[in-house]
Design a protein around this ligand. Structure first.
Ligand SMILES: [Mg+2]
Length: 267
């Protein structure tokens, strides 16, 4: 049974109301979700950034209905997201901004990185070591992220300066790009990005499939742009910011309402 209360607690948006109506009659659907900041609150200890507790059982029920393909699209390595969402399984994970993929059945794939790009990434790693940032660096497939969470603006500026002496030149190479996210920076392969991951998922889904993407970060803007005109795009964030997304939800309350609404519509 559909809950009127859930509907009325969501922000007024004609796009979202239309989407719910279409989802109800769609033969299949895809629910694409960023992880950090969207399904899970930020934590200083990144390895303990578990999802909002209410989210897991709802996602489990959505997956069990077998009508929706649930896909996590994260900047983290795919295996890390899988571990943080454990014991929730049967989810598809796209990690490292779409470079890696773990299918719902558990099969792992990684896109090949050209040797000259790998060489540039190894130079980027040397810059991190020279700037003494190894303790806050995360080496991941196709990129290196530096995490500033918990630091003051002054601290960040003083640490970033020596790093950027090396990274600025590398970021100008077309093979790489510099991403600024909520609490850090990452130098990584220019493609694929999250938008490419979303475009691949859209291509794999039938024309009749209804698709939504939920994300919080600047890197999710590529996903919003890739999906706009084809599905619904949702910014999940406590404060509003300029975005290409069509709808804004505040976590965790409005996010949970959204997921419950999804579950109701695919009954
Ligand atoms: Mg995020």
């Amino acid at each position: 049974m559909r809950s009127r209360e859930i509907e009325s607690s969501l922000p007024q948006s004609a796009a979202l109301a239309n989407f719910w109506d279409r989802l109800e009659f769609a033969p299949s659907s895809a629910l694409l979700l960023d992880y950090d900041g969207t399904l899970a609150p930020f934590r200083l200890e990144r390895d303990r950034a578990y999802p909002y507790p209410e989210v897991v059982p709802i996602l489990e029920q959505i997956v069990d209905r077998s009508k929706t393909r649930v896909v996590i699209v994260s900047g983290r390595p795919a295996g890390e997201v899988r571990d943080l969402l454990s014991p929730l399984n049967k989810l598809e994970m796209w990690g490292a901004h779409g470079l890696e993929r773990i299918s719902a059945e558990g099969n792992y794939q990684q896109a090949a990185i050209p040797w000259n790009t790998l060489e540039l990434l190894s130079q980027a790693r040397e810059c991190v070591m020279k700037a003494n940032l190894t303790p806050i660096a995360e080496i991941k497939p196709g990129g290196i992220a530096i995490h500033w969470r918990g630091m003051s603006r002054d601290e960040v500026e003083s640490l970033e300066k020596p790093l950027m002496e090396g990274w600025e030149g590398l970021a100008r190479c077309p093979e790489l790009k510099l991403l600024r996210f909520e609490s850090g920076i990452e130098l990584r392969v220019a493609r694929p990005d999250k938008g490419d991951a979303v475009a691949s998922i859209v291509n794999e889904s039938g024309r009749a499939a209804e698709i939504a993407y939920l994300g919080d970060d600047l890197t999710d803007e590529d996903s919003f742009r890739a999906l706009n005109g084809r599905g619904i795009t949702v910014l999940v964030r406590p404060e509003y910011r300029e975005t290409a997304a069509q709808v804004w939800l505040r976590p965790p309350g409005e996010l949970i309402d959204f997921l419950l609404q999804w579950l109701n519509r695919i009954q």
